[in-house]
Design a protein around this ligand. Structure first.
Ligand code: PMP
Length: 307
């Protein structure tokens, strides 16, 4: 099982892992009222660097704003706390999980009377969808679970409770023998996977579902759109049908945990030849070069733990 490391940052202090506990009457445990982030740090030639840390922390505050959760720290404090945690735990390459949630205090649904607890944990985490997934691609299936829409647990916020839906979709896909689930919006358009955004390549253009389909505004998605643009490849944020996926030239999914993973089939229809496509492989290659500090022109995305 994944374990947090030696220290966890909790409400302003680094506490030993065994003391990083919550009360059973923590509001968020009952009602899922919290927000979180998923961030990765990578080992680079200049030491550990957190990839797009400021962008992730900004999205954390945006999620909190949507839920009217008051985070009693400045973004700069959480950025600094994250770097110090990575440093003290001594794992240059790791996954980082900030979380803000309604804590132990008032029960009842009204979220306005509670106080917000904030924690940051990190741990070493390998390829989220497996090394074979990264190299050969994954098999995906359209889920019977729909992605919630902007008026049902707003998908623009990374809410803890919202992931019940993703977990249901994930379990369904795994039980059916697939690696990952693709969720459609209530209107029937392609939205995203359980923790990843979706891209297809069609006629040398990248197409990805717009946020109106319930997709999270992924930071890896933005990264890939920029890198593609620098390669002269356009990205269009649009509406996609499931059959657009079946008929794509290439397909891949993106996320901080998953990174850039080719999709070899959707609902048992091979994507292209069924092998990872040329553009997908090149974007994946560049992504790993960038996050590991081997692509100087993107150095502004790396936030070094030791400046
Ligand atoms: N969609 C969902 C539902 C996610 O949980 C994630 C992971 N945060 C993503 C997309 C990808 O976002 P990012 O690239 O910012 O990690």
């Amino acid at each position: 099982p994944i374990q947090a490391m030696k220290y966890v940052w909790m409400n302003g202090r680094q506490v030993p892992d065994e003391d990083a506990k919550v009360h059973v009457l923590t509001h968020a445990l009952h009602y899922g009222y919290g927000v979180f982030e998923g961030i990765r740090a990578y080992d680079t030639p200049r030491g550990s660097a957190v990839f797009r840390l400021t962008d992730h922390i900004n999205r954390f505050y945006e999620s909190a704003k949507i839920l009217m959760l008051d985070i009693p720290y400045a973004p700069s404090e959480l950025i600094e706390a994250t770097k110090r945690l990575v440093e003290v735990n001594g794992q240059a390459s790791c996954y980082i999980r900030p979380i803000a949630y309604l804590g132990y205090g008032e029960m009842g649904l009204n979220p306005l009377t509670g106080s917000t607890d904030v924690a940051i944990a990190n741990w070493p985490w390998g390829a989220y969808l497996g090394d074979e997934g990264l190299s050969k691609g994954i098999r995906a299936k359209i889920s019977s679970f729909k992605r919630h829409d902007p008026n049902i647990i707003p998908p623009a916020a990374k809410t803890t409770g919202g992931y019940i839906n993703s977990a249901l979709a994930k379990a369904e896909a795994i039980k059916a023998g697939y690696d990952e689930a693709i969720m459609l919006s209530g209107q029937g358009f392609v939205s995203e996977c359980t923790g990843e955004n979706i891209f297809i390549v069609k006629d040398n253009v990248l197409l990805t579902p717009s946020d109106a389909s319930g997709a999270l505004s992924g930071i890896t998605r933005k990264t890939i759109a920029q890198v593609a643009s620098d390669m002269g490849i356009e990205t269009r944020y649009t509406q996609l049908l499931r059959t657009d996926l079946y008929l794509a030239d290439e397909m891949f999914i993106t996320g901080t945990a998953a990174e850039v993973v080719p999709v070899s089939s959707v609902d048992d229809r091979a994507i292209g030849s069924g092998e990872p496509g040329k553009i997908s492989k090149e974007l994946q290659r560049r992504y790993f070069q960038i996050v590991t500090g081997n692509e100087p022109s993107y150095d502004h995305w790396l936030e070094y733990v030791k400046d």
